[in-house]
Design a protein around this ligand. Structure first.
Ligand code: SF4
Ligand code: SF4
Length: 335
């Protein structure tokens, strides 16, 4: 693998260079000084050294709210909303687990009738990864995403002494480097990051543990703490559920069909006409989320549908931890 050194003070120049190649997105400081994925207007606003973001990058490909189509009762027309995927877009400063989260959704959005909005927004992206220091919640290596994992990335900025070693991973990534003259020799490597959280079972054992745990009392115990607020699913990089609704204009003749993010953790999510709610009990919803991550989709995807980012643990007001739940189930299964 080819590597080039990039001193920290040259990183903004590199981002400026990328901005001349296409539209650049990355973790930029918002009003509260927290990094969030957004379009970059000024290289100095990009935060390359960050633990994680509250919301994952999926919002770039599946916005929290979007119009699906426009309709008119007057002339009986239905026009699909246009989604532009034109022009090169570069996502810089992506952690390797978030690249894997995008890969999870690429898989799921293409199953059955493909999600056209997702497919259109996913065209023409190049991903530039960066290494990170895990906090107490990350457990990515437990789901096969260790510090050396590079799947889905085109370039990787590996933090080194005094800057980064930039790894060329694909031809698409290499083409971004043309014309940039700010390189130095590869820099001295820094120690591999230490992870403080982990899953006890091997990834391949997770579905088997859940297959034996459907009636386990742990779901009732966790449900006693859960507020059904939905925060864990809103911040999850691999959750994609949505609801649709009509928004009528004041003339009552035309309007838009819209969709917005929804959560399987709130009771109305499974409410159908007639008022029946299929997962009425909080315990059934708590269980459902964890089965979606480590069993239901895993059974056909072939690997966990959780990337170990820890966002759901950080966001939970009740301190419910998906890693702790799985570890408790594993201990009980072993005992
Ligand atoms: S379930 Fe939690 S740890 Fe797993 S990908 Fe979703 S937010 Fe991250
Ligand atoms: S964030 Fe926590 S309290 Fe809220 S729905 Fe998820 S598990 Fe329950």
């Amino acid at each position: 693998m080819k590597r080039r050194g990039l001193l920290s003070q040259k990183a903004p120049l590199f981002i400026r260079h990328l901005m001349n190649k296409g539209q650049v997105y990355g973790p930029v400081k918002n009003k509260t000084q927290m990094p969030e994925f957004a379009q970059v207007d000024e290289p100095s606003r990009v935060v390359l050294d960050y633990t994680t973001t509250v919301l994952p990058p999926k919002r770039l490909f599946q916005p929290p709210e979007e119009t699906i189509y426009h309709f008119s009762r007057k002339d009986f027309t239905v026009e699909p909303a246009k989604v532009s995927g034109d022009g090169l877009k570069i996502l810089v400063g992506l952690h390797n687990y978030d690249a894997e989260g995008i890969a999870c959704l690429d898989y799921q959005m293409a199953r059955g009738p493909a999600d056209e909005g997702w497919a259109a927004r996913r065209r023409n992206w190049v991903f530039v990864g960066v290494s990170y220091e895990p906090d107490q919640h990350h457990f990515s290596p437990s789901v096969g995403i260790g510090p050396d994992h590079r799947n889905g990335l085109d370039l990787f900025m590996d933090k080194a002494d005094g800057g980064y070693n930039v790894e060329l991973l694909t031809e698409r990534g290499a083409s971004l480097l043309d014309g940039f003259g700010g390189w130095s020799a590869p820099l001295p490597e820094t120690p591999a990051p230490k992870f403080h959280n982990r899953l006890l079972p091997m990834p391949s054992d997770l579905p088997h543990i859940l297959a034996r745990s459907y009636e386990h009392p742990i779901w009732q115990q966790e449900a006693k703490r859960c507020f059904s607020c939905g925060s864990c699913t809103m911040v999850c990089p691999t959750c994609y559920c949505f609801d649709v609704f009509d928004e009528l204009q004041l003339d009552m003749e035309s309007g838009e069909k819209k969709r917005h993010w929804d959560s399987c953790q709130v009771a109305p999510f499974t409410e159908v006409a007639g008022g029946e709610i299929f997962r009425k009990e909080t315990s059934s919803r708590v269980r459902h989320r964890i089965y979606r991550k480590f069993k239901y989709i895993t059974d056909h995807y072939g690997r966990p549908f959780c990337i170990g980012c820890g966002r759901c643990i950080r966001a939970c007001p009740a301190k419910i931890s998906i890693s702790e739940v799985m570890n408790n189930l594993a201990r009980k299964a072993a005992g």
